[in-house]
Design a protein around this ligand. Structure first.
Ligand code: UD1
Length: 419
């Protein structure tokens, strides 16, 4: 089985270059399908979710090439064939192709999306919004077919500011007739990146980053070169690692402006966090202070994706910390594994209550999903003796080379296999 082996217990020193953002690049890759031209995407991270999206785009008839971190998508020969089950179920973001395929071909036939097992993750908000735009959807046990002979702009009010549904509506709306007004839209930075990409390609979208977005449809789109911003979640993961293990680290290129809530928590926990032109410097000279009430929330709140990494770090804090999950109902899968390492954590409903202070001990643990896996690597860096984390492939979905990054911080860590 694929695994990571880490011998922890020492503080982290050095620097890490923060890779391009996973959650920004995936919808941008879907958006490239809308453009009957060539797009060049720079700073594209080399992660398995990007590989899945490349596979999906190739199946849709695009020519895709990826060398170093430059991704070229030529969608001039794209067709609207059925997406293979393997690629669609491998990744939640395959749902992004719903809006893009409808926008480009007026139809899509697909299995239901896969991705991290962190709750029920339905797609009802996407479907309801697209139906209002004139899409007819037939849902079956193992997949669905959606068709729209004529996409039309309309007024939409999302019941919850779903990131994926906001992206899908934008992708469909740039090809719809007339204006679409999207209310209660997600405000995450990845929405801003998607709209910046589309606007550079000729679209007319205003309000991205606020909860009211207006998309004027059917503007002619052309190929462009676009640089993906750095990944705020990867940068936040390494902030949590320094909180838990101590040390002094420079996160080169970290998107500081998008990390306010993480920086606030790190400061509360006792870290000195400073921004220089080069990146974010995080200095942690003592054990973290406990934090009484951290709640995950939509942007600009504390990201649900950093809940597990923070949970791992807070096991080092002397005293009681409480972390509440409000976005996904099943995102405490890391807790059982941290308990194997000696952590004292209790779950009460959507709250994790951490009694920290004593050092974790190495153990054999298993990643159950992407960010929980990254949290276990942090725990391994903090623990005495050796920790083996199996199911490394979950971590590879979102981190280019997590072992390389921690090696750069002086950690004794290698990727490998177990029996
Ligand atoms: C995106 C991110 C993910 C992040 C999440 C929340 C990508 C590729 N993934 O996921 O890393 O954790 O935003 O910031 O960008 N929901 C419904 N019905 C729907 C859609 C969503 O009930 O139709 C619920 C979900 O089950 C979840 C909540 O809404 O409880 C948030 O989901 P959403 O914002 O859509 O997250 P994703 O786009 O899947």
């Amino acid at each position: 089985m694929d695994a990571i082996c880490v011998r922890g217990g020492n503080p982290l020193f050095g620097e890490v270059r923060i890779q391009g953002s996973k959650n920004a690049v995936l919808p941008i890759m879907a958006a490239a399908l809308l453009i009957n031209d060539i797009c060049i995407i720079e700073n594209c991270p080399r992660i398995t979710d990007v590989e899945y999206m490349k596979l999906l785009l190739s199946e849709a008839g695009c020519f895709v090439s990826h060398s170093d971190r430059k991704l070229v998508i030529d969608a001039r020969c794209a067709t609207g064939e059925r997406m293979s089950k393997e690629a669609v179920t491998g990744m939640r973001s395959s749902i992004m192709l719903l809006g893009a395929m409808l926008g480009r071909f007026g139809k899509i036939s697909s299995s239901y999306p896969g991705g991290c097992v962190i709750g029920k993750r339905p797609i009802d908000i996407h479907i309801r919004a697209l139906k209002k735009m004139g899409v007819r959807v037939r849902e079956e046990a193992d997949g669905f077919t959606a068709k729209a002979s004529h996409l039309k702009g309309c007024i939409l009010n999302l019941p919850f500011p779903s990131v994926g549904a906001t992206e899908n509506v934008i992708l469909a709306a740039v090809k719809a007739e007339g204006d679409t007004y999207l209310y209660n839209a997600a405000k995450e930075p990845e929405i801003v990146s998607l709209c910046a990409f589309l606007n550079k390609a000729g679209a007319q979208i205003t309000g991205a980053g606020s909860d009211r977005i207006k998309i004027t449809g059917q503007k002619p789109l052309h190929g462009i070169t676009y640089r993906v911003p750095a990944d705020r979640i990867v940068a936040g993961t390494y902030v949590c690692a320094v909180l838990g293990a101590g040390g002094h680290v420079l996160l080169r290129d970290a998107p500081y402006g998008e990390m306010e809530s993480m920086v606030r928590i790190a400061t509360l926990a006792g870290a000195e966090v400073a921004w220089s032109g080069e990146g974010l410097s995080v200095l942690m000279e003592q054990k973290p202070r406990p934090i009484a009430n951290v709640k995950t929330a939509v942007y600009p709140g504390f990201p649900t994706d950093l809940q597990s990494p923070l949970l791992a770090a807070l096991t080092a804090a002397e005293g009681v910390s409480v972390l509440e999950e409000t976005i996904f109902e099943d995102r405490f899968r890391i807790v059982g594994e941290l308990q194997k390492m000696g952590a004292d954590i209790r779950i009460e409903g959507q709250k994790a209550i951490v009694k920290g202070g004593s050092r974790l001990r190495g153990a054999c643990v298993s990643a159950g999903e992407l960010r929980g896996g990254a949290g276990l690597v942090i725990a391994g860096c903090m623990a005495d003796q050796e920790t083996v984390i199996t199911n490394r492939h979950f971590i590879d979905r979102g981190y280019e080379d997590i072992c390389r990054d921690y090696q750069n911080l002086g950690v004794n860590i290698v990727a490998g296999k177990t029996e």
